[in-house]
Design a protein around this ligand. Structure first.
Ligand SMILES: Nc1ncnc2c1ncn2[C@@H]1O[C@H](COP(=O)(O)OP(=O)(O)OP(=O)(O)O)[C@@H](O)[C@H]1O
Ligand SMILES: [Mg+2]
Length: 372
């Protein structure tokens, strides 16, 4: 090999500069994902730091990076370390919840469409991928996350801070710990403001990559004040395929868009029923309506979850399907949705970053103009 030119760091970065993140549509180098490049003779090692541990395209990115660097003359071996670092939403972190990178709300137009089921599924799938996850059950009308996640220990107070309860590796706070069946319905609305303040200031969430918030259903005052008070990275909308649920979902989307909350995507729940005996598929509420709606509104479609008795039974006894049957296609459906969602969040970050850069650029221009 003595006649060959030594491999340089520039060659390696140039090669990696041709590898696109398939979701973010930019190359790994300009995205700042390549770190710790080391060259030892013909062996090149480096780290690829993804924007989320839930990235479904991990292997694809690794392979493309490997092929690109292997094609650099003189390289015979490539060692890649894949890791991830979720970045905080920079503008939101200022007024946000200390230590929490992203707050993702899960909402719906109608009640009973599976908002809580989807919140729990997304939270578990993100946690399973290695992310640090919290779940805030902000549904003042019917908080049921403790039951769904199988948590009965309430949060503790420590040094004037509330320490979240924990279940299946997820930190959790629920309205259920603060309101009870005797709490008059008329008090619940006004309690939201106070509670949100407490979630922001008095709960010690520790370091979280994602905080999933199960919102109250609909577009009432409670959802509104929550959405305004908590700095949200964005909203996931859950809908069932029937027309009424879709019309209500469209109303919720319009409201959040008016509040300038980015819509991260739509999930279709109870999408179809797969007969456990004959495997025949029945579209009980119709099928594909949410997907069509997402196309019409030009919003991302995050995926669909079938109607399955395992989901309902698991929810009732605090044994979510991802916990009792992680290998099932149902669990995989939640993982796919969480992966796509994490990708959308990374894209939101990129969009914000470039907007901020534009703004900063604009300011610089004004400053230099002013000093002349
Ligand atoms: N895909 C599904 N297959 C079967 N059962 C489901 C599915 N999704 C949700 N369920 C069941 O439907 C019921 C309502 O779901 P869930 O509580 O998640 O809805 P929600 O939108 O949060 O309701 P609410 O408006 O009351 O808060 C629960 O019993 C749940 O277990
Ligand atoms: Mg619910």
């Amino acid at each position: 090999m003595s006649g060959n030119k030594a491999v340089s760091r520039d060659d390696v970065l140039k090669a990696l500069g041709t590898v696109q993140d398939p979701e973010l549509h930019r190359d790994l180098v300009s995205l700042g994902m390549v770190e710790d490049v080391q060259i030892d003779g013909s062996t090149v090692s480096f780290a690829v730091v993804l924007t989320t541990p839930a990235c479904p395209l991990k292997r694809q990115i690794e392979q493309a990076a490997r092929e690109a660097v292997m094609s650099v003359p003189g390289v015979e071996r490539v060692e890649i370390k894949i890791s991830s670092r979720v970045k905080a939403n920079r503008s939101k972190i200022k007024e946000g919840i200390p230590g929490v990178c992203h707050v993702v709300a899960v909402g719906s137009g109608k009640g009973g469409v599976g908002k809580s089921t989807v919140s729990v599924g997304i939270a578990l799938a993100l946690a399973e991928s290695g992310a640090r996850v919290g779940l805030l059950d902000a549904d003042i009308w019917g908080p049921n996350i403790p039951q769904m996640l199988g948590v009965d220990e309430p949060p503790r107070a420590e040094d004037k801070k509330l320490i979240p309860a924990e279940g299946q590796g997820i930190k959790m706070i629920s309205m259920d710990f603060f309101v009870n069946d005797q709490t008059p319905v008329i008090w619940r609305g006004p309690m939201v403001g106070k509670m949100v303040e407490q979630f922001l200031n008095d709960v010690d969430w520790g370091e979280l990559d994602y905080l999933v918030v199960d919102l109250p259903p609909g577009t009432g005052d409670a959802s509104l004040s929550l959405a305004q008070a908590i700095p949200l990275t964005g909203l996931v909308v859950v809908a069932t395929p029937q027309g009424v649920a879709l019309a209500d979902a469209a109303k919720a989307i319009a409201m959040f868009q008016r509040l300038e909350v980015p819509i991260l995507g739509i999930v279709e729940n109870m999408s179809y029923f797969l007969c456990p005996h004959c495997d025949e598929r029945t579209d009980i509420f119709g099928h594909g309506g949410a997907k069509e709606m997402s196309e019409e509104l030009e919003l991302p479609f995050l995926g669909e979850i079938p109607l399955d008795p395992v989901i309902r039974a698991g929810g009732d006894v605090g044994k979510p399907v991802l916990v009792i049957d992680p290998e099932s296609s149902l669990s995989q459906a939640f993982r796919d949705i969480a992966g796509r969602l994490a990708g959308r969040i990374s894209m939101e970050d990129l969009r914000e970053e470039s907007e901020e850069r534009d703004e900063e650029g604009g300011l610089e221009f004004i400053t230099s103009g002013g000093s002349q």
